[in-house]
Design a protein around this ligand. Structure first.
Ligand SMILES: NC(=O)C1=CN([C@@H]2O[C@H](COP(=O)(O)OP(=O)(O)OC[C@H]3O[C@@H](n4cnc5c(N)ncnc54)[C@H](OP(=O)(O)O)[C@@H]3O)[C@@H](O)[C@H]2O)C=CC1
Ligand SMILES: CC(=O)C(=O)O
Ligand SMILES: [Mg+2]
Length: 562
């Protein structure tokens, strides 16, 4: 088993990494490979002479060459494939390329293009990455975790593929999501790529077309349910926890019939959280707080309507309620009455209580049944409209104009991913409100100029939150991830939105700030963990320096023969 790499000797102020591998073994290890970038000394020491082209190329030139290739591709899916191939060949260069072109490339490795990649996962599959825990193997999980070569896993992102973005049940094709999320952990918060593990839990799929697809790579069985499902999850959680007891486990894109239950079952037993519930709650509160700086209103004054009443809606609603209570001392029930949720059956009301899932109940309103969004907007007169329904185009012109009739600066957040599932586009929101909308979306939209005025849509996506929270909890070896940590992360993110950003309507910092944002969130999360006695280490004197020192930098470290 490979020990975590540590640097030993010092040369010209930079620590050298002892490497035992030789020749092609080095080149074929994506964590060691430098492509054309091995200096002469390493070619000699590691038996690389003749195995790579003669000239040594510096990493910035390698980035330039990679970008030429990225931009030359004919489609975004081809760009995704090129980048994933680079990921599999040379991780340092992959992260260097991404970090230096965040705005251009994040939409490729993450939403929206990762959605296309998942839809076609079996068709575009080239090389194994991460681990697959199939229900058929459940009795082997304990030994299977031993197949993974790294001892120092810090973050596991796991999906069962049951609700991939707004694309529904994609079964084992969902693996693209943990891979993308962990790339963001490395990019955003500097986790070392070696310490990350993407996981697909294969419970079958109810997607008939996939089960019939000749290239589908998962089990061709209907999804497990009930006890059978729970037993497999339990076996997985135990196996991971036994092998990597300090690792953070992030639940991602589980359908809501599983998501809430699993979070409650494991959140006090292991270091884990659900990104779609908790991460999304935090990032959305941060965006609303930014919007309120523009309108000059308080959070407690807001009337919030959600289209969608699932995992994301509940996470956001709870976080808004926490924000209202902290701001004004308003009671729990009174705060909840400021929030209206619609599901596929219309407004969630007390009349429907007998047939409502547990997660919808606290937000059931004492109201006459209202079947559609327009009716709800007319009745409630919301100041904030959030789309987490996966229903494209459901923020219609009529709905948005109706909202704007009684709200000068409507806060409009169509958050469903990927772009093809957004409830409306940025251009529609700005056009239908004459540029007055305070807009953010789950997937990115390009800037727009209206009447000579630049409007930059912000991206309300949990990618601004989970890397920092994750880095924070693993850095201080927290015993659990709490809702308060996400609340603090939201406040920290909101505090990093500059006036210059708000001046162009951008409610989130530019993505190029992601490392700074994640470092600040990680520090804030650690501070909380220390204050609440949840940290497993003594508090470092300089917490900020401690976090920054942990952050992986995508530069080639010198190697020496071990
Ligand atoms: N921007 C971000 O950071 C994030 C975005 N998301 C996005 O949010 C979306 C939802 O995710 P999640 O909450 O986990 O999914 P869920 O499946 O848990 O929830 C979806 C909700 O939408 C409702 N819905 C479906 N059709 C309609 C309709 N025609 N009218 C009104 N409501 C409808 C469903 O109703 P019913 O309950 O009746 O089935 C359900 O309540 C996805 O597209 C996802 O990509 C999610 C997390 C983070
Ligand atoms: C962003 C995200 O987590 C989702 O769309 O599910
Ligand atoms: Mg998600």
């Amino acid at each position: 088993m490979t020990k975590p790499a540590t640097c030993s000797t010092q040369s010209a102020g930079v620590l050298a990494l002892p490497v035992r591998k030789r020749g092609l073994e080095v080149i074929h290890d994506p964590l060691l490979n430098k492509g054309s970038g091995f200096p002469d000394s390493e070619r000699a020491a590691l038996g690389l002479r003749g195995l790579v082209p003669p000239r040594t190329v510096g990493i910035e030139d390698q980035v330039g060459q990679a970008m030429e290739n990225v931009r030359r591709q004919q489609s975004d899916l081809d760009r995704y494939l090129y980048l994933e191939n680079l990921h599999d060949c040379n991780e340092t260069l992959y992260y260097r390329v991404l970090l230096s072109h965040l705005n251009e490339l994040t939409p490729i490795i993450y939403t929206p293009v990762v959605g296309q990649a998942c839809s076609q996962f079996g068709h575009i599959y080239q090389r194994a990455r991460g681990m697959y825990f199939s229900s058929a193997d459940a009795r082997h999980f304990e030994e299977m975790v031993g197949n993974w070569p790294e001892d120092a896993i810090e973050a596991v992102v796991v999906t069962d593929g049951s609700r991939i973005l707004g694309l529904g049940d994609l079964g084992a094709n969902g693996m693209g999501i943990p891979i993308g999320k962990l790339s963001l952990y490395v990019l955003g918060a500097g986790l070392h790529p070696r310490n990350t593990l993407p996981v697909l839990l294969d419970m079958g799929t109810n997607n008939q077309a996939l089960r019939e697809d000749p290239f589908y790579l998962g089990q061709r069985i209907p999804r497990l349910t009930g006890d059978a499902y729970d037993k497999v999850v339990e076996a997985f959680m135990r196996a991971v926890h036994a092998r990597w007891p300090d690792a953070l486990i992030q639940f991602e894109d589980f359908s809501n019939d599983q998501a809430f239950r699993l979070l409650e079952r494991y959140r006090h037993r292991m270091l884990c959280f659900n990104d779609d519930i908790q991460g999304t709650g935090a990032v959305t509160l941060a965006g609303i707080l930014s919007a309120l700086r523009v309108t000059g209103q308080t959070l407690t004054e807001q009337r919030v309507v959600f289209l969608g009443a699932g995992a994301a809606a509940r996470g956001i609603a709870d976080t808004i309620v926490a924000g209202m209570r902290a701001e004004s001392g308003i009671g729990l029930e009174a705060a909840r009455r400021q929030i209206w949720t619609l599901d596929s059956q219309g407004l969630v009301t007390l009349d429907r209580l007998d047939n409502l899932s547990e997660h919808k109940r606290p937000f059931a309103q004492d109201s006459a049944p209202l079947a559609d969004l327009i009716e709800v907007i007319r009745t409630v007169r919301p100041t904030v409209l959030i789309g987490v329904s996966g229903q494209p185009g459901s923020f219609t012109e009529e709905a948005v104009r109706e909202m704007h009739r009684h709200c000068a600066r409507p806060i409009l957040f169509p958050l469903s991913n990927p772009t093809s599932k957004a409830e409306c586009t940025a251009e529609q929101a700005y056009t239908w409100t004459d540029g007055a909308a305070l807009f953010a979306s789950g997937s990115p939209f390009p800037p727009i100029t209206r009447a000579g005025h630049l409007l930059v849509p912000g991206q309300c996506n949990n990618m601004y939150i989970f890397p920092g929270v994750g880095q924070g909890v693993v850095a201080c070896q927290a015993s659990q991830v709490t809702d308060t940590m996400f609340y603090v992360a939201a406040r920290t993110l909101a505090g990093l939105v500059g006036e210059d950003s708000l001046a162009v309507g951008r409610l989130y910092p530019d993505l190029t700030q992601i490392r700074e944002i994640s470092a600040k969130i990680a520090v804030a999360v650690c501070e909380l963990a220390f204050a609440e006695g949840l940290a497993g280490i003594a508090r470092p004197d300089d917490l900020d320096a401690f976090i920054r020192a942990r952050m992986f930098q995508p530069s080639y470290v010198p190697y020496e023969s071990a």
